[in-house]
Design a protein around this ligand. Sequence first.
Ligand code: IPM
Ligand code: MN
Length: 350
Amino acid sequence: MYKIAVIPGDGTGPEVIREGLKVLDAVSAAEGFTIDYTHYDLGGERYLRTGEVLPDSVLEELRRFDAIYLGAIGHPGVKPGILEKGLLLRLRFELDLYINLRPVKLYPGVETPLKDKGPEEIDFVVVRENTEGQYAGAGGILRKGTPHEIAIQESVCTRMGVERCLRYAFEYTRARNKKKKLTLCGKTNVLTYVFDLWERVFHELGAAEYADIARDYAHVDATVMWMVKNPEWFDVIVTENMFGDIITDLGAMIQGGMGIAAGGNINPGGVSMFEPIGGSAPKYTGQNVVNPLAAIGAAAMMLQTLGEQKSAARIENAVMQVCATRLKSMAAGKMGYTTSQVGDMVAESV
Ligand code: IPM
Ligand code: MN
């Protein structure tokens, strides 16, 4: 039995999580394990009602689950930064979810905006460092609102943080066993402190322990160019937090959009959190029109991390089948089915 904390969150989060749970129920019944869910009311609505974002007691409880399943965070009535920093980023930091794993995989039958590229060409994974860089929050504003004000936002990269992320990426590339190529995405020509560290550790670790993995490097600006022009060059990309944030939105677009892009915030030795990477999509809230496949894909990633490989594969195959044979589009309102119908189809196929 697995104990899963469920945080449906804001906007369309609850609608897509509902479908993810439907699919998890189908697969756990078929494979003979049980999942015990505990729902948490966190997000913009609770904040507006009570002023609470993430009470310490809730954080302590969350540490005791096998995994966390998150819908979306972000509310039009709440100033940007409050929920993101107070909930999503706080969970990443406090639970030390130091890997953000974001597969970019185009399924057959899914439309990509890239001309002449298909599932053969678009199949790579981004390993994003998830606890350091500019997200660490170092810096500040001095003399705010005066002509002499100064704003500083620094990037914090530690040897430990860089090394554990690179190690995860090398191990992941090895286990994935495809091209066995790991690309470090950086900016060694300008960010000469941070990427000096990344590059040194990348080659040291690679030479000492991962001789079977080809090491490749691309500047971040070139990376986005190649993602559009030659996505087939990539197998696994590893990068720091902010670059990873940016390139994975592009990744989501080339794999068919936010409706299908899933990700995991992973602590390999602890409790990890899985989410569709798109936001709360407030304009579609309550309409039963958004695509639940990203949330369903996140559920599959959760099972994979829990060691239920067979169940994860069953979900992924079901998603692929529904994409290939049923959905007209991945976009909200254009699927040809409602959110709950898509969930039903995947659950049946599982
Ligand atoms: C993401 C999001 C978050 C990030 C925001 C909501 C803080 O864009 O998960 O990619 O920047 O990491
Ligand atoms: Mn992002």
